[in-house]
Design a protein around this ligand. Structure first.
Ligand code: AMP
Ligand code: MN
Ligand code: MN
Ligand code: MN
Length: 278
């Protein structure tokens, strides 16, 4: 047994988090996290800084990424843990996703302009501070402009399917996302499975395709999972012979309800994704 505290899903300013990688690591260490994965959307640009900071704080940094994937008509997220950031398949794949992101950000700007919201692209780019641009940056901009009370409301009114700023995702296939992670020596994890609103049948199909593609684990514990979700996904992981992961999906301290190092434990029936980590 060990006494580590794991948080294997977090974001920094390299994608849509609000803390720099070094600030994130400092905050995680202070909160008692001893094994932290930085898993920014479609980039590993923050890993070097986070690794250096982790050394300073005496915690272990797992190089990670959260890959945007398209499965059927849906966007799903596949976390990669323990990836070599310079592995060519992964680096090239992520670069393609960022190219799509850059176009999508401009397209969101054009669509919002048609809806009477000017210069949203420029504003979102300002919020992203030179990193890749995500919908979260548009959401923060529209909140700042007083167009919605919070980012969740921006997503609901402007950025999701059928809304004025929505642009359909054209991300990696499930097979590609998993194979890039494996080629980089990492383990693939289905992020926040409770968020996809899949029927039980579709969820099972998704998990089986993921497993067949070489996927390793299911994120059983995450901040948006209820107690029932945790038990349900723990059972699914066991039945489908997947390992289980734990990650907050922390994006910054302004989300007061979600803090680092404060997750419920994995049910004891789970085999943790870190079982074979040295
Ligand atoms: P993107 O990958 O650019 O399409 O943006 C997805 C990100 O937006 C997620 O990782 C979350 O950080 C954020 N997000 C998605 N839905 C919501 C929501 N309803 N409220 C607030 N943030 C959201
Ligand atoms: Mn995000
Ligand atoms: Mn996600
Ligand atoms: Mn995430």
């Amino acid at each position: 047994m060990n006494h580590d505290t794991y948080d294997l899903h977090t974001h920094s300013t390299a994608s849509d988090g609000t803390l720099t990688p070094a600030e994130l690591v400092a905050r995680a260490a202070a909160a008692g996290v001893t094994v932290l994965a930085l898993t920014d959307h479609d980039t590993t640009a923050g890993i070097a800084e986070a690794t250096a900071a982790a050394l300073e704080h005496g915690i272990r940094l797992i190089a990670g990424v959260e890959i945007s994937a398209t499965w059927g008509e849906r966007t799903v997220h596949i976390v990669g843990l323990g990836v070599a950031v310079d592995a060519p398949e992964l680096a090239t794949g992520l670069a393609e996703l960022r190219t799509f992101r850059a176009w999508r950000a401009e397209e969101i700007g054009r669509r919002l302009a048609k809806h009477g919201i000017d210069d949203a692209y420029e504003g979102a780019r300002g919020f992203s501070n030179g990193s890749l641009i995500g919908r979260t940056h548009f959401a923060r901009l529209l909140v700042q402009r007083g167009l919605a009370a919070d980012t969740n409301e921006v997503f609901k009114r402007f950025l999701t399917h059928g809304k004025p700023g929505h642009v359909a995702g054209q991300w990696a296939s499930l097979e590609a996302a998993v194979s890039w992670i494996r080629a980089a020596g990492g383990q693939a994890v289905i992020a926040h499975p409770g968020r996809y609103r899949l029927t039980h049948t579709r969820l099972l199909r998704f998990i089986r395709e993921f497993h067949n593609a070489g996927g390793a684990a299911l994120e059983v514990v995450t901040s948006t999972h209820s107690r029932d979700d945790i038990l349900n996904f723990a059972r699914l992981a066991r039945e489908q012979q997947l390992l289980a992961s734990v990650g907050s999906d922390f994006h910054g301290p302004e989300h007061a309800w979600l803090q680092l190092g404060r997750l419920p434990p994995l049910p004891t029936s789970c085999v943790p994704v870190w079982r074979d980590w040295s």
